[in-house]
Design a binder for this molecule. Structure first.
Ligand SMILES: NC(=O)c1ccc[n+]([C@@H]2O[C@H](COP(=O)([O-])OP(=O)(O)OC[C@H]3O[C@@H](n4cnc5c(N)ncnc54)[C@H](O)[C@@H]3O)[C@@H](O)[C@H]2O)c1
Length: 330
């Protein structure tokens, strides 16, 4: 299929572009370059359009010129803390921009859509592992922006019988391409594994460990780390199973939770280096434990995570970071 990857210069989008190409599809990157890396288009040797998704004329022309069959929409702002400080910017880019993308798709007669949602739609869940039926109670403008889009997609799917969509709720995206060609390079970096590496490399004085008195095995938060290649494969499975009137809405996680201290210990084992840690008080808004019940993804997509062991995820990330300590350097 011809796939427009909106946000394809970003972390998860770029890895999905790679997997799409490897599985015989024709990905086209569409990204404004604001928070991604233009270098990935050269590394992956795929066409790219460097424009904002709100540029309707360019987006519609791109959809038509490349005879796009499906849009995968990764483009968004994705920092919880920033969303609290700048809610309008988040609702603008994550919600209004998505509406604009859906309108451009209608103009160009493109009916298949795969949306990047998040486990943040659940907020602080009542039950773990989290099933899709858990209440939706996001605790930040970021999480709310994703839940709003999911509701918009539901309404649009009812009104437009041709429209087919998936909303995939990722847990903690992690790891890097196994061949070391692509990596994770956010600025600022907030994800635990690359932050651990930055602390090891002396790029920050220490890893700040927020909260050591949670009611978990070792007092630290528990999260579900899902390898970025597994996420990419789930998107490809979803795009091939889209059906009108039957949205695919599911969690993408491994089903296993690992604490911050367990991830630190695994990183020390993989890298052979000590992680400098500074213990800090709990951060407001951090849920105690978040991990998925992945059963629905297995049922709807015939997919399950291949990387279930944090050491293998961390090894793939270290493989890239140790060779690219300053990221893409762009
Ligand atoms: N990383 C995670 O752990 C995680 C977890 C759950 C959900 N998600 C969601 O997955 C998606 C991808 O996350 P990521 O970590 O790869 O983010 P990222 O910031 O690395 O990539 C997002 C890309 O979208 C582009 N972009 C943003 N707004 C744009 C616009 N208006 N026009 C054109 N391009 C635009 C950016 O330049 C960037 O390249 C996001 O929607 C995020 O909310 C991520």
């Amino acid at each position: 299929m011809n796939v427009l990857v909106a946000g394809g210069a970003g972390y998860i989008g770029s890895h999905t572009v790679k997997r799409l190409k490897e599985s015989g599809h024709n990905p086209v990157i569409y990204d404004n370059g604001e928070r991604g890396h233009k270098a990935v288009a050269e590394i992956l040797k795929v066409p790219a359009v460097w424009a904002d998704l709100n540029d309707r004329a360019t987006l519609t022309k791109t959809l038509r010129d490349h005879k796009i069959d499906v849009v995968m929409h990764f483009a968004a702002y994705a920092y919880v803390g920033e969303s609290v400080e700048k809610p309008l910017m988040y609702y603008q880019n994550n919600v209004a921009t998505t509406i604009s993308v859906l309108e451009a798709m209608a103009d160009a007669n493109v009916n298949r859509f795969v949306f990047s949602s998040t486990c943040a739609v659940y907020g602080d869940p009542d039950k773990i592992p989290i099933t899709e039926e858990e209440k939706k109670a996001p605790v930040s403008p970021y999480g709310r922006s994703k839940w709003m889009v999911e509701q918009i997609l539901q309404d649009y799917g009812v009104a437009n019988k041709q429209f087919k969509f998936a909303a995939l709720r990722y847990f903690n995206a992690s790891g890097c391409a196994m061949d070391g060609t692509l990596g994770e390079d956010h600025d600022p970096e907030t994800h635990l594994i690359p932050v651990i590496f930055q602390a090891i490399a002396g790029q920050r004085p220490a890893l700040h460990l927020f909260g050591t008195d949670y009611p978990t095995k070792d007092g630290t938060n528990v999260r579900d780390y899902i390898h970025v290649d597994d996420l990419a494969d789930a998107h490809i499975a979803a795009m091939q199973r889209l059906t009108p009137g039957k949205p695919i809405i599911c969690n993408l996680g491994t089903g296993n939770g690992f604490s911050n201290r367990q991830i630190i210990a695994a990183a020390e084992k993989v890298t052979g280096k000590k992680v400098p840690v500074e213990e800090k008080p709990r951060r407001p808004g951090d849920a105690i434990a978040l991990y998925a019940n992945p059963a629905r993804a297995r049922e709807l997509l015939g997919w399950e995570a291949k990387h279930k062991d944090p050491e293998s995820i961390i090894r793939s990330a270290w493989n890239w970071f140790s060779r690219h300590p300053n990221g893409y350097e762009d």
